[in-house]
Design a protein around this ligand. Structure first.
Ligand SMILES: CC(C)(COP(=O)(O)OP(=O)(O)OC[C@H]1O[C@@H](n2cnc3c(N)ncnc32)[C@H](O)[C@@H]1OP(=O)(O)O)[C@@H](O)C(=O)NCCC(=O)NCCS
Length: 169
C-alpha cells in the first residue's frame, strides 16, 4: 500500500514564551528541536499508523533567530519511507498575524522508525510524492540516509553508493 506525502502533513503552531528563550530573548535552540521532534513524530505516526521513535536528527539549520512573542509554525511531512524508517522534513516559519507575513526561519530533517509495543521496528507503507518539492526531497533522501548511517557507524562508506555519486558529479 502506498500513501501520499500530504497525508502525513502535520502543522504545529506555537507561541514563544519567556521560559523558552535564551539570554538574547530569542527561542532557545533545544526548545525548537523539541517542537520539531514532536511534529515529526506525529507526521511519521500518521504515515505509518503506528508508534514511532526518533532514530536520528540528520540536519538542522538555525537560519533566523526567533524573537520572544513570535508565532512559530512547524510543518512536518514524511519525505520518504524506507523499510521501517521514515525521513521527515520539518520546515519552521515565523508567522506574523499583524503584517500577515510568513518568514522561513529554520528547517530540520529527522529519521523516525515505526515500532511495535516491544520497540521492534515494523514495516511502513511506501510514500508517494506528488508535488515538485516532495519529489525533490524524495529523490535526495537516499543519500541523506546513507550519510546518516555512515556517520552512525551502521554503513561502510564504500557501500554508500548514492552518497559517492555527489562527489563524482
Ligand atoms: C531506532 C531503533 C528502533 C533502531 O533499532 P535497530 O535495532 O538499530 O534497528 P535497525 O538497525 O533494523 O534499524 C531500523 C531502521 O532504522 C534505520 N536507522 C537506524 N539508525 C539510523 C540512523 N542513525 N540514521 C538513519 N536511519 C537509521 C535503519 O536504517 C533501519 O531503516 P530501514 O528498516 O528503513 O532500512 C533503536 O535504535 C532505538 O530504539 N533507539 C532509541 C530511540 C529513542 O529512544 N529515541 C528517542 C526518543 S523517541
Amino acid at each position: 500500500m502506498k500513501k501520499k506525502a500530504q497525508e502525513s502533513l502535520t502543522i504545529m503552531t506555537n507561541f514563544v514564551l519567556p521560559n523558552q528563550t535564551n539570554n538574547l530573548d530569542t527561542l532557545f535552540g533545544g526548545e525548537l528541536l523539541a517542537m520539531m521532534d514532536k511534529a515529526c513524530a506525529i507526521s511519521a505516526g500518521r504515515h505509518s499508523e503506528s508508534k514511532v521513535v526518533t532514530a536520528s536528527v540528520n540536519h538542522v539549520s538555525f537560519n533566523q533567530p526567533i524573537p520572544l512573542g513570535s508565532v512559530v509554525v512547524i510543518e512536518a511531512k514524511v519525505s520518504r519511507a524506507f523499510t521501517t524508517s521514515m525521513e521527515v522534513y520539518a520546515d519552521c516559519w515565523i508567522d506574523n498575524p499583524i503584517s500577515k507575513t510568513k518568514v522561513k526561519a529554520n528547517e530540520a530533517i529527522y529519521t523516525l522508525v515505526a515500532v511495535d509495543d516491544n520497540l521492534n521496528p515494523i514495516r511502513v507503507p511506501e510514500l508517494e510524492p506528488e508535488t515538485q518539492i516532495e519529489k525533490q526531497r524524495y529523490e535526495s533522501a537516499l543519500r541523506r540516509r546513507q550519510l546518516s548511517l555512515v556517520l552512525s557507524g551502521k554503513l561502510k562508506a564504500k557501500e554508500a553508493t548514492e552518497l559517492k555519486k555527489i562527489f563524482e558529479d
